[in-house]
Design a protein around this ligand. Structure first.
Ligand SMILES: C[S@@+](CC[C@H](N)C(=O)[O-])C[C@H]1O[C@@H](n2cnc3c(N)ncnc32)[C@H](O)[C@@H]1O
Length: 244
């Protein structure tokens, strides 16, 4: 009962969330974000992020983007693939997340951290050979705009891989996901005073387009190919995109 009310309240907040409210939320959780990712996913987020990087298959010398980079997990993995001849840029609008990313990745590998909005990227058209987004698309206030910007900054034939939560098709997995978010994630984060911040995941997932809807949005944004792959029993998914 408590969680139903909490979910409804957070859902209402989420519906009216502005970019600055979302930015403030990620600034707030920045100090514990990485540790909670490890605890709450039992380390599995590392595997899912590795899969995401594999999907765009960056090679030495590539110029790549990690959009909504947060504390820089994916950017760091990309940097290992592109090497010293390549270039990695991590973009996020949360100064606190970027500060942690800068700290974590010092002195190597060199990554360019940029504070910017995913809907207004400060890069020229066709700049990147590839891009990733980890758990960011669900959080942007304007998904079509973010996908259009992503499409704009990619080179022709470049690929992007977008990892995020996903609503499983199977009722059992859907119930498991709801149970896990409500019974494990929210209480665990309540101890750190962040219960409400993490309770936003369930309603944000309710609002997030399904895999096939994401594919349609990506095509509308101009991508020539778009495929959504459910992973981890469908509780996560990777949207893989290619520009014409
Ligand atoms: C859940 S975190 C994911 C961080 C990291 N990519 C990871 O996988 O661990 C989502 C990130 O998206 C960022 N974000 C949300 N909306 C954004 C926007 N419109 N522009 C830039 N960053 C945004 C937040 O600040 C936050 O750091």
């Amino acid at each position: 009962m408590y969680f139903t009310h909490l979910k409804a309240a957070i859902f209402a907040i989420k519906l009216t969330s502005t970019a600055s409210e979302i930015q403030a939320l990620f600034d707030r959780i920045a100090p514990v974000y990485d540790q909670l990712n490890d605890w709450l996913s039992l380390g599995q987020h590392r595997v899912w992020k590795l899969m995401t990087v594999k999907w765009i298959d960056p090679t030495p010398g590539d110029v790549v983007l990690d959009l909504c980079c947060g504390s820089g997990d994916l950017a760091q993995r990309l940097a290992r693939c592109v090497g010293i001849t390549g270039e990695v840029t991590g973009v996020d609008f949360s100064p606190a997340q970027l500060a942690i990313a800068r700290q974590r990745c010092q002195p190597d590998p060199p990554i360019c951290w940029v504070e910017a909005d995913a809907c207004n990227l400060p890069f020229e058209d066709g700049y990147f050979d590839g891009a990733t987004i980890g758990y960011g698309l669900r959080n942007v206030t304007d998904i079509p705009c973010c996908l259009q910007e992503l499409h704009r900054v990619l080179k022709p034939r470049a690929q992007a891989a977008i990892l995020d939560f996903h609503k499983p098709a199977q009722p059992f997995m859907r119930h498991f996901q709801q149970w896990y978010l409500e019974t494990i994630v929210v209480p665990a984060t309540q101890h750190l005073g962040l219960g409400e911040d993490y309770a936003y995941i369930a309603p944000s997932l309710d609002q997030f387009p399904t895999g096939s809807q994401q594919v349609n949005l990506a095509r509308q944004a101009g991508f020539a190919s778009a495929t959504h792959y459910p992973i981890a029993g469908g509780i996560m998914g990777v949207l893989v995109l290619r520009k014409a």
